[in-house]
Write a new protein. Structure first.
Length: 44
């Protein structure tokens, strides 16, 4: 298990699959402005 992010910690680089296909690089894919990233687990 990874270490939790704290206040001021940089967001780790991730490659995530998109629902519509393809992938997105984080945090580079969200641009230079602040953003909200929601991870939804889906089916429990």
């Amino acid at each position: 298990m990874s270490k939790k992010l704290g206040i001021g910690d940089p967001f780790p680089k991730l490659t995530i699959p998109l629902v519509a296909g393809g992938t997105m690089e984080l945090p580079d894919g969200i641009g230079p402005k602040y953003g909200v990233i929601l991870f939804y687990r889906g089916h429990w």
